[in-house]
Design a binder for this molecule. Structure first.
Ligand code: F6R
Length: 269
């Protein structure tokens, strides 16, 4: 796991956008896995800016979102489809038909997972997966004790996640307790992973993910098994890491290596 520590959320967003942009420049038809939530907003804003100012094009890009709530339609203000349309897709040149989000209103939600897996496979697999992490260590909606071998399926949200996300729902509004989410295996199958986290409230989850034991109790710790995961965090999210100084030292050594030699094989495919 490569751990990059940034002074603030803006520099983190800018670096993550550099990485996504290099992926798209190398493979304009890249398949990119996306997350919702507050964490990737800076990245999405930066990608939109680069699209408008530097003509970064998403014309051939295909995207798969990690998850969607069960029981609210795609046009509901709190659906993840609406989130993606408003915060990214409607502001770039991506073909809407190339953007997939699990269908939270399917007649049988249990059928959605296997069909979603097939769609990902048909697209050639995910080249680059963007992730956030929940305060309880979840990735996608793979809550603590999710199988490390899980694929896309229906999951029940924990009380912690329901509380964390209640800020987006009006007090008397229906708030879903179920979601359809890519599984941990689905995520680990991505060729490259970028996990973003900022803020002190993520410090414990980041510490458990990077330095804790590999455990289904912290689903994000499964990323320790992935060969090409880059964790991009700010100083607050890094505040509980025991080897913080070491990760910074590794970053300097890496920069040095890249200056002297050919850039690393960052691009996935
Ligand atoms: C959302 C998702 C979740 C979030 C996580 C962090 O698609 O997959 O795992 O990444 O809940 O949420 P924020 O970024 O709002 O703190």
């Amino acid at each position: 796991m490569e751990v990059l520590i940034f002074p603030n959320a803006q520099s983190l967003a800018s670096k993550s956008a550099d990485l996504v942009e290099s992926q798209i420049n190398a493979f304009p038809d890249s398949v990119i896995g996306l997350a919702t939530g507050s964490t990737p907003l800076g990245l999405y804003q930066e990608l939109i800016r680069r699209h408008l100012e530097h003509e970064l094009s998403f014309k051939q890009v295909k995207t798969f979102n990690l998850d969607e709530y069960v029981g609210i339609p795609g046009d509901h203000p709190q659906s993840y489809r609406t989130f993606m349309d408003e915060n990214l897709f409607d502001q770039i040149d991506i073909e809407k038909s190339n953007t997939k989000v699990p269908d939270g209103m399917a007649e049988n939600p249990l059928d959605v997972g296997p069909a979603y897996e097939k769609l990902i496979e048909k697209a050639g697999g995910i080249d680059l997966q963007v992730l956030g992490v929940g305060t309880d260590g979840h990735i996608g909606f793979n809550e603590p004790t999710s199988s490390l071998g899980s694929i896309t399926r229906v999951k029940t949200l924990t009380q912690q996640t329901i509380e964390d996300n209640s800020r987006f729902f009006k007090p008397d509004e229906f708030q879903p307790k179920l979601a359809i989410t890519m599984g941990i295996k689905t995520i680990l199958d991505a060729r490259r992973i970028l996990l973003l986290a900022h803020g002190e409230n993520k410090a414990q989850a980041v510490c458990d993910m990077v330095e804790g034991p590999l455990s289904a109790f912290c689903p994000a710790s499964a990323l320790q098994l992935h060969q090409r995961t880059t964790v991009l965090i700010d100083e607050d999210a890094a505040s509980k890491l025991r080897l913080k100084g070491y990760y910074k030292f590794v970053g300097e050594m890496q920069d040095d290596l890249v200056k002297k030699h050919k850039p690393s094989d960052w691009i996935a495919r």
